[in-house]
Design a protein around this ligand. Structure first.
Ligand code: NAD
Length: 477
């Protein structure tokens, strides 16, 4: 194995850490082979990156919006030209099956960048207020962007895109578990020709450089996507210097299936959506709440769908599911499945152990529990794997109460043949996004969570506003 350690990108240069000699190995979850070695930065490298971003800020913030947009459009063109490299990087580092990487995971890159450009063109950047005042929007400053591994390009694009368009400068710390897509994204940015210091990337882990980044006095904002656990630490670390902290955190999203839904289609869609990306999506519909009159029928459909779910090689095309991201994550999921069994939930598909037919790779059996009560740990904790729980409910009020009985509030789903009911229930769900009967999310629509699922909003204009300050100049006219 002779992979060169991945370099960080500071002030327009590809660099190895100045003093730190720590490395982390990233593992391909399908083959269990090393796919990258990450050279972990030290506090000195973090400081250099922050100083570079600070030095670049005034000039970049003053660049006309049209010129910033032109650079982002160049970035989109480079991304599109090198699209296949990104698809391979994602499937290699985190195991998303080829079709998912090609159609969704990588597509989020140009998709979000384009949406941000559209939002910037449509936005009212300045407007008159009162007799003589002017409201203006300005970039917030130096931003630290911290991203997870599960939809790596989605999270890179939803942070880097609006920060670049807004006129901010930035330091990205991508997930050490999925560094290949971030490396490639940084190469695209380098090729696009942004001024030196506008974009910087430091590789590393939370314990090594998390605090150095999130407490740095020259940093104005943290945009973080990841676990609620890390989000709490980051918010505390940023508090002493009163930074803006925008957080996209965990979820345990409810999917309410009413008896008047097209049951076969609704249950099938719900099971497959929960298993997509091996269950490693923050907004996965992991709690299926089913009206009790059709509960047994729904359980039978879910059993059939889960039993037919195929697992396979992420590098191959086809409608299969992939492995979960790492050995540690595989083991965490095994522990949670065992907890579900121990607390008396009825296992109707899957279970513990490596999926049949695989002698390597972190393949979790697609798992469904029936007879689940919402107070059980398996219904409350984010598993972040292909594990669905099915919970019966009596009526609409009961369904809403169970759906909202969670520390999280990221996404929610409603399946019904009655649109009036869908609209009523959607308004009662304490979640940042509700989807009715399988509707998808547009790149321009806001994405984010209530409660412990976070506090920011990404995508489109809402994402752009996250990176802007608002100023009023009274007596302007
Ligand atoms: P994680 O919190 O372990 O790590 C996320 C990132 O934070 C990584 O880059 C990691 O190195 C860094 N980090 C960890 N501790 C840190 C600290 N103290 N200071 C600074 N940085 C730190 O999360 P993960 O395992 O990579 O991702 C999975 C989690 O992300 C799940 O909980 C999932 O729900 C959540 N997620 C949320 C959204 C959303 O939009 N709400 C989207 C994707 C993932």
């Amino acid at each position: 194995m002779s992979k060169a350690p991945l370099k960080s990108y500071i002030n327009g240069e590809w660099v190895l850490p100045a003093t730190s000699t720590e490395t982390v190995t990233a593992i391909n979850p399908a083959t269990e082979e090393i796919c990258a070695i990450v050279a972990v930065c030290g506090h000195d490298d973090v400081d250099k990156a922050v100083q570079a971003a600070r030095a670049a800020f005034d000039g970049y913030a003053a660049m006309p919006l049209d010129d910033r947009i032109a650079l982002v459009e160049k970035l989109i063109a480079i991304f599109e030209r090198r699209y296949d490299e990104m698809v391979t990087a994602i499937s290699t580092e985190m195991g998303a099956p080829y079709d998912l990487s090609f159609n969704s995971q990588a597509e989020c890159g140009p998709g979000h960048l384009r949406a941000t450009v559209t939002a910037a063109r449509d936005m009212e950047w300045e407007r008159k207020v009162g007799a003589d005042g002017l409201i203006v929007h300005e970039p917030i400053g130096v931003c630290v962007l911290i991203t997870p591994w599960n939809w790596p390009v989605n999270q890179l694009a939803t942070k880097i895109g609006p920060a670049l368009v807004a006129g901010c400068t930035m330091i990205l710390k991508p997930s050490e578990i999925a560094p290949l897509s971030a490396q490639l994204f940084a190469e695209f940015i380098d090729e696009a020709g942004f001024p030196k210091g506008v974009f910087n990337m430091v590789h590393g882990t939370g314990p090594a450089i998390g605090n150095a980044l999130t407490s740095h006095p020259e940093v104005d904002m943290i945009s973080f996507t990841g676990s609620t656990r890390a989000g709490i630490q980051i918010a505390k670390s940023a508090a002493d210097t009163v930074k803006r902290v925008s957080q996209e955190l965990g979820g345990k999203s409810a999917n309410i299936v009413f008896a008047d839904a097209d049951l076969e289609a609704a249950v099938r869609r719900g099971v497959l959506h929960c298993f997509e990306n091996a269950g490693q999506s923050c907004n996965a519909p992991t709690r299926m709440l089913v009206e009790e009159t059709v509960y047994d029928e729904a359980v039978a459909i879910a059993t059939k769908v889960a039993a037919a779910a195929k697992l396979g090689d992420p590098m191959e095309k086809g409608p299969h599911f992939g492995p979960v991201v790492s050995k540690a994550h595989f083991e965490k999921i095994q522990g949670l499945i065992q907890i579900g069994i121990d607390e008396g939930a009825q296992l109707i598909a899957g279970g513990t152990g490596r999926a049949d037919g695989f002698n390597r790779g972190y393949y979790v059996k697609p798992t469904v529990f029936a007879g689940v009560h919402n107070k059980m740990a398996i219904a409350q904790e984010e598993v972040f794997g292909p594990v669905l729980v099915m919970i019966p409910f009596k009526d609409e009020a009961d369904a809403v109460a169970i759906a909202n009985d969670s520390p999280y509030g990221l996404a929610a789903y409603v399946q019904t043949g009655d649109l009036q009911r869908a609209r009523r229930v959607a308004r009662l769900m304490r979640a940042g996004g509700v989807s009715v009967n399988g509707a998808g999310q547009d790149y321009m629509a806001p994405f984010g969570g209530y409660k412990q699922s976070g506090n920011g909003r990404e995508y489109g204009e809402f994402g752009l506003r996250d990176f802007l300050e608002v100023k009023v100049i009274n007596g302007f006219y």
